[in-house]
Design a binder for this molecule. Structure first.
Ligand SMILES: [Zn+2]
Length: 238
């Protein structure tokens, strides 16, 4: 009964719902993007969600990170996220890993994933996760937000990664400005891409960056060129 409205969809059906129920998704970060991503993946009936985050909840998180409340300030984000998500759907297994990703642990942490969803705001982690996903052939849903603006793209072995487009050269000065609705819009799109990949649906944002302008109220699709010599992709060939 819980998934009745999904099962009657041509794109999902009983078979698709069972696929979602057998899937494992690794979500890196349970903050502004992670809150909508984890919420909608849990509601959709993903079998197992592995959340990676070592941070604690602070008051300045609360304008956007709705998995955590005022009473959670000072607690580990994975703890409050697990509680909230379990209350929404006890059928989804939620595992929280309190670790900072580095070159030694990333490979093992993501290896069981059918899809990895990146919900972080630092470039080093993006590059690390991007390279490891390409190496292991795991689809990655990548996104970023700032102010009223956001973007999302999927990274595959066959399509452009962030290093193909020189993203590692961008200099960001923390704290990044952000309003919750922007993280909500982009996080929902990430969850949508993840579900489409798990179901094997066409039309995913592979090799395409979707840019969102919340002031203009517009979306732009930008086709990305894969660079075979980029460090992200060449690590797969080595
Ligand atoms: Zn690349």
């Amino acid at each position: 009964m819980r998934y009745e409205r999904q099962i009657i969809m041509d794109e999902i059906g009983q078979e698709g719902q069972e696929k979602l129920g057998k899937s494992t998704v690794v979500v890196i970060g349970c903050g502004g993007l992670g809150s909508p991503v984890l919420t909608y993946l849990t509601l959709a009936g993903i079998g197992k969600l592995i959340i990676i985050d070592y941070d604690e909840v602070s008051e300045s998180n609360l304008n956007r990170q709705f998995l955590h409340g005022e009473g959670d300030i000072g607690r580990l984000k994975i703890e409050s996220a697990k509680e909230q998500l379990h209350a929404l759907n006890s059928e989804t297994e939620i595992i929280g890993i309190k670790e900072k990703l580095d070159e030694d642990n990333t490979s093992k942490i993501i290896q069981s994933a059918n899809v990895v969803v990146n919900c972080v705001d630092n470039i080093q982690t993006r590059i690390l996760v991007g390279r490891e996903c390409i190496k292991q052939g795991i689809p990655l849903v990548e996104a970023g937000v700032q102010g009223f603006y956001g973007w999302i793209m999927n990274v595959r072995q066959e399509t452009a990664c962030l290093e193909c487009i020189g993203f590692e050269n961008i200099k960001l000065k923390p704290p990044l400005p952000i309003i919750g609705v922007t993280a909500g819009v982009i996080g929902c799109l990430q969850a949508n891409e993840c579900i489409k990949i798990l179901l094997g649906l066409k039309g995913t944002l592979d090799g395409v960056m979707l840019q969102y302008d919340g002031i203009d109220g517009s979306f732009d699709r930008i086709k990305l060129q894969k660079d075979f010599s980029c460090k992200g992709h060449s690590c797969k060939n080595n």
